[in-house]
Design a protein around this ligand. Structure first.
Ligand code: 5RP
Ligand code: CA
Ligand code: ZN
Length: 203
């Protein structure tokens, strides 16, 4: 595993990292990148090598400003992932290309964006992080927003689960191999909790 400092360095440079949650939780690895730095290339990498769902984690303030409301839920998801109604930026065409999704994601992280800049439903799935981040919920949603804050960026990170070539979820062993293959940093949500404690971070 790499350090949080190394991961933050790469994220600040616009690269993505792999973040694994606890093996007793989802036991999944997601690619994570900072939303305001997202380029179409990053999305293309995520959907080619990750193959999961591209979601953009935002803090509660962004969600409120952009009028992102939670999907109707019957609360049957054991992890209570906070999906809002999906969005596309109005400047996109079909919304699904890597270019269109990057446009939507950068707009979600743009402090000058407003509710009227987006169509709903769309092809990017915002998730609302809990206040307090990984101290309160140890999900990829909170990890992505906490990492964006540690980068000094708008509190929004974009994530995509990593699925193994055989269709099953990639586990730690596979994820470590992938990190080496593509020269990507790999960290855990638990490391982030510990780092925040040692840094007296409140985010
Ligand atoms: C959305 C998901 C992923 O697991 C994603 O990592 C966000 O969820 P969580 O915060 O629960 O880890 O379900 O594709
Ligand atoms: Ca999930
Ligand atoms: Zn997750």
């Amino acid at each position: 595993m790499d350090t949080i400092v190394e991961a933050v360095e790469d994220l600040k440079a616009g690269k993505l990292v792999i973040v694994v949650d606890d093996e007793n939780r989802e036991n999944e690895g997601d690619f994570v990148a900072i939303s305001e730095y997202i380029k179409a290339d990053t999305i293309n990498f995520m959907i080619t090598h990750g193959k999961g769902l591209v979601c953009t984690a935002v803090d509660r303030e962004i969600a409120k400003r952009l009028g992102l409301v939670l999907m109707p839920t019957t609360h049957t998801d054991p992890f209570a992932t906070a999906f809002t109604i999906s969005v596309d930026h109005k400047k996109t065409t079909t919304g699904i290309s890597a270019f269109d999704r990057a446009t939507t994601i950068r707009a979600l992280a743009n402090p000058f964006s407003g509710k009227d800049d987006f169509h709903q439903p769309g092809h990017v799935f915002p998730l609302i992080a809990k206040d307090g981040g990984v101290f309160v919920r140890q999900g990829h949603t909170e990890a992505a927003v906490d990492l964006a804050k540690l980068c000094g960026a708008t509190p929004s990170g974009t994530i995509c689960e990593i699925i193994h070539s055989d269709g099953s979820m990639a586990r730690l062993n596979d994820l470590e191999k992938m990190a080496e293959q593509f020269n990507i940093r790999i960290i855990s949500v638990q490391q982030l909790v510990t780092y925040k404690i040692t840094q007296n971070e409140e985010c």
